[in-house]
Design a protein around this ligand. Structure first.
Ligand code: AMP
Length: 190
């Protein structure tokens, strides 16, 4: 199964991806995690990405498309994967379609986790407090920026994937287990 989880920062994509990893035995491919690892390891890509990630902007489409394509070629992706945080722009969605075509693969579904921006701000502020500031981009100002970027650049993917007949939407404001249940029901037929 090859899935995309779509939704604003703090909507629960990462949480749901981790649960789905257990259920379906396929890996979560999070571009955010990969970028944070590259930043921590101070690789050339990490050094280039750091300032961009810290201020809540998007890293270039070429960088993230490249790391995702390479990651998909690893053996643990043979039976599928859950994309968390990629694609985030129409250009990335088009790059994803091309890379899947080249690899002879296709997406089974794109799950949109719908969420209320005001509640998201509260959730992320709480996450920042609980993690003791582990993520430099988890503060209210950067979050508002990331929500803005989501609305401008990522939300258009909802109609992009609706046009492709792949979109399934679930209510991300429900309790975690209910969201998981809704996702499983939404992708059950695929
Ligand atoms: P996330 O963990 O998915 O919230 O991502 C954290 C940050 O990493 C984002 O705010 C961006 O700066 C960067 N990032 C993650 N995924 C992408 C992507 N697909 N395209 C561009 N930038 C990304």
């Amino acid at each position: 199964m090859r899935l995309v989880l779509l939704g604003p920062p703090g909507a629960g994509k990462g949480t749901q991806a981790q649960i789905l990893v257990q259920t379906y035995g396929i890996p979560q491919l999070s571009t955010g995690d990969m970028l944070r690892a590259a930043i921590a390891a101070q690789t050339p890509m990490g050094l280039e990405a750091k300032a961009i990630v810290d201020r809540g902007d998007l890293v270039s489409d070429e960088i993230v498309s490249g790391i995702i394509s390479d990651r998909m070629d690893e053996p643990d992706c043979a039976n599928g994967f859950i994309l968390d945080g990629f694609p985030r722009t129409i250009a990335q969605a088009e790059a994803l379609n091309h890379m899947l075509d080249r690899k002879g693969l296709h997406l089974d579904a794109v799950v949109e986790i719908k969420a209320d921006p005001d509640i998201l701000v509260k959730r992320i502020v709480k996450r920042a407090q609980e993690s003791g500031g582990a993520r430099a981009d988890d503060n209210e100002e950067v979050l508002r920026k990331r929500l803005d970027v989501y609305v401008q650049q990522t939300a258009p993917l909802v109609s992009f994937y609706a046009n492709e007949g792949l979109l399934r939407s679930v209510d991300g404001m429900a309790p975690i287990d209910d969201v998981t249940g809704a996702i499983k029901a939404a992708i059950g037929g695929s």
